[in-house]
Ligand binder design. Structure first.
Ligand code: TPP
Ligand code: SF4
Length: 249
């Protein structure tokens, strides 16, 4: 019988996940793993795990992995890529990590056009530390630090990271996908593939933002959390490709 589905060889098959039920961090891991495997990159990839729920990503990916201090993954990835230019290097970062404590690192890595790929998991809060407001938290969204809902007068407006970085000259590829249903997961995978291809072609910095669920801290059932992405996050964070290298369709 011909198999119709096989788990990617990029992820440890015997790992017991620490992610909550319904969390789409696992889906994002699988997409990255599938793309790396399909492009034949498993032997030459170095991933950089950040601080947040994905701090243990190195336990799942069967590629070389390095842990970075909170927010510093783009700087660590920069160093690895510069020392080992033939390796494929990616950073995997949450929105607290990338868009709060690590804002300077991501902006300058993008502005420098570093030839690295960043997977940016936007779940609109700090997941690991029990659901505080992140820069990406929506106006009106309740978190443990905005129990009445985010008030932009006191807490500012949510940051659209893909659009922010698209204002820079350095990036080669920037896209935003979503993990809330199958069609969008497949679209997100195409974006991730193009981001890694940009790195392989030495085009420069690539980033894929992925709208992702955090049912535990949102106080929602897993399916409701997917609907929250679709109904609340996608309208604020439009999906699509913001920057593509010349000649890429
Ligand atoms: C220097 C430093 N400051 C603060 C923390 C506490 N901390 C750990 S994870 C985290 C936020 C993670 O949120 P995010 O990046 O959105 O990832 P998620 O857990 O939602 O996937 C914070 C503030 C830390 N570990 N180190
Ligand atoms: S706290 Fe949120 S982001 Fe972290 S594993 Fe659980 S659902 Fe996922």
């Amino acid at each position: 019988m011909r198999p119709v589905f096989e788990p990617t060889r990029a992820l440890r098959p015997d790992a017991v996940t620490h992610y909550c039920p319904g969390c789409t961090h696992g889906v994002a891991h699988r997409l990255v793993g599938e793309v790396l495997e399909e492009l034949g990159l498993l032997e030459r990839t170095v991933g950089v795990a950040s601080v947040g729920c994905s701090v243990l990503a190195y336990k799942y990916f069967l590629v070389d992995m390095q842990e970075a201090a909170h927010g510093r993954a783009p700087a660590v990835a920069t160093a690895i890529k510069r020392v080992l230019p033939d390796r494929v290097v990616f950073a995997y970062q949450g929105d607290g990590d990338l868009a709060a404590i690590g804002t300077a690192e991501i902006v300058h890595a993008a502005a420098r056009g570093e030839n690295i790929t960043v997977l940016f998991i936007n779940n609109a809060n700090y997941g690991m530390t029990s659901g505080q407001m992140a820069p990406t938290t929506l106006v009106g969204q309740r978190t443990t630090t905005t129990p009445l809902g985010r008030d932009p007068v006191k807490a500012g407006h949510p940051i659209r990271v893909a659009e922010l970085l698209n204002a820079l000259d350095g990036p080669a590829y920037i896209a935003r996908g979503s993990l809330h249903d199958t069609a969008h997961i497949l679209q997100a995978k195409r974006y991730i593939r193009k981001a890694f291809q940009a790195q392989l072609e030495r085009r420069g910095f690539s980033l894929v933002e992925l709208l992702s669920s955090c049912p535990t801290n949102w106080g929602l059932e897993p399916v409701e959390a997917l609907h929250f992405i679709r109904d609340r996050m996608v309208p604020h964070y439009p999906l699509g490709e913001f920057r593509k290298p010349e000649g890429v369709r």
